[in-house]
Design a protein around this ligand. Structure first.
Ligand code: ADP
Ligand code: TRP
Length: 326
């Protein structure tokens, strides 16, 4: 059975981009792959510098994943900070790569250009930690959104370099980015992202969700005039949820005129609420049972430690950190 590994940062409330671009794929793939999914809380430290917020976002993301259907008996579900080997391997990698490899990373260049992110050394070496996350578990595929493709390529480059220097140790991973979920657009038609303030959150309360849906940008075609569904952000998001028949119906309404963007937004809101309703209920149940959450994390950490520990023993042996002198 092929193996997948992926992580999501607990740095804000998951949105439709995270769901369709990553989480939904992770959950579906657990049935056909040996799966490792983790909460990237070490990565989140590049942006979250408040202990309460870190704790809360971590718990929320765990609840979100479990509510959405991640099954800890099928997936090794763990928290990055429970496995110290991630940080340890990052150091080994830092001693074999040149900083030019990281200068070229889009995410770092973006952070510098937009001047939005705090350009710490941690943010600069973020892809090295990500390489360690990936390579410690020897996955065949890394299911992520398109924005993470380059990071997976950097992980490959690092694996090749280590293997060249110390001998074949790491399996070369490949990004898995299905076309239809590669880039989900937000309320302004750009990539949906926490940092752009254009999100629709999956578990926001109804009021917030309504506000987010109502804020979707549309053009100024008058209510009575026919509209082009294919250039409309509301129609685009509706398609993520609706059946072919529903998509066809809405498309006809757009084309015939007399149907406003406000009406389309109401339909979209109803669809989102309906789609996530069962998950919302499950999430409320899970929230009441933190003992279960703690058990899940303990089990995940145990399994992840075993797999990463075995690989780490090999890595150290290759480097010359021999356990026993003979
Ligand atoms: P954000 O950009 O909102 O900070 P993250 O970086 O935490 O999101 O992304 C977590 C996962 O969700 C990654 O695998 C990422 O590729 C995916 N993802 C985030 N936004 C989108 C999007 N708009 N479309 C597709 N995938 C996305
Ligand atoms: N950088 C990823 C993101 O922002 C999260 C992440 C960290 C990750 N480590 C990973 C994803 C390893 C896949 C594999 O979404």
């Amino acid at each position: 059975m092929k193996r997948i590994l992926s992580g999501v940062q607990p740095s804000g409330n998951p949105h439709l981009g995270n769901y369709f671009g990553a989480m939904k794929n992770h959950i579906e793939m657990q049935n056909d792959y040996e799966s490792f999914i983790f909460i990237a809380d070490y990565h989140a430290l590049t942006t979250v510098k408040d202990a309460n917020k870190m704790r809360e976002s971590t718990l929320h993301l765990i609840l979100d994943y479990l509510a959405l259907g991640l099954d800890p008996s099928k997936t090794v579900f763990f928290r990055q900070s429970d496995i110290a080997a991630h940080a340890e391997l990052k150091w080994f990698f830092e001693c074999i790569i040149h900083h030019g490899l990281l200068d070229r990373a889009h995410a770092w260049k973006d952070a510098l250009e937009k001047g939005k992110k705090d350009p710490t050394v941690g943010l600069f070496t973020y892809p090295v930690l990500m390489a360690a996350d990936i390579l410690l578990y020897s996955p065949d595929l890394v299911p992520v959104g398109k924005d993470q493709k380059q990071h997976v390529e950097i992980a490959r480059d690092i694996a090749i370099k280590f293997n060249n220097i110390f001998g074949e140790t790491f399996k070369l991973p490949e990004a898995y980015i299905p076309e239809e979920s590669a880039l989900i657009k937000g309320t302004d038609g750009e990539k949906m992202s926490k940092s752009y303030g254009n999100v629709i959150e999956i578990f926001a309360d109804e009021q917030t969700l309504k506000k987010q849906v109502m804020s979707i940008k549309t053009d100024s075609t008058a209510l009575e005039d026919p509209k082009n569904p294919d250039s409309c952000n509301v129609f685009y998001l509706y398609k993520l949820f609706a059946s072919n028949e529903e998509i066809h119906d809405l498309s006809e309404k757009y084309k015939s005129g007399g149907f406003g963007f406000g009406d389309a937004k109401k339909l979209l809101l109803a669809k989102i609420l309906e789609y996530f309703a069962p998950y919302r209920e499950k999430r409320i149940e899970l929230e009441k049972n933190l003992d279960y959450i703690n058990e899940v994390l303990e089990l995940g950490a145990e399994k992840a430690k075993k797999v990463s520990g075995e690989l780490m023993d090999q890595v150290k042996e290759r480097i010359g950190y021999t356990k026993k002198f003979v």
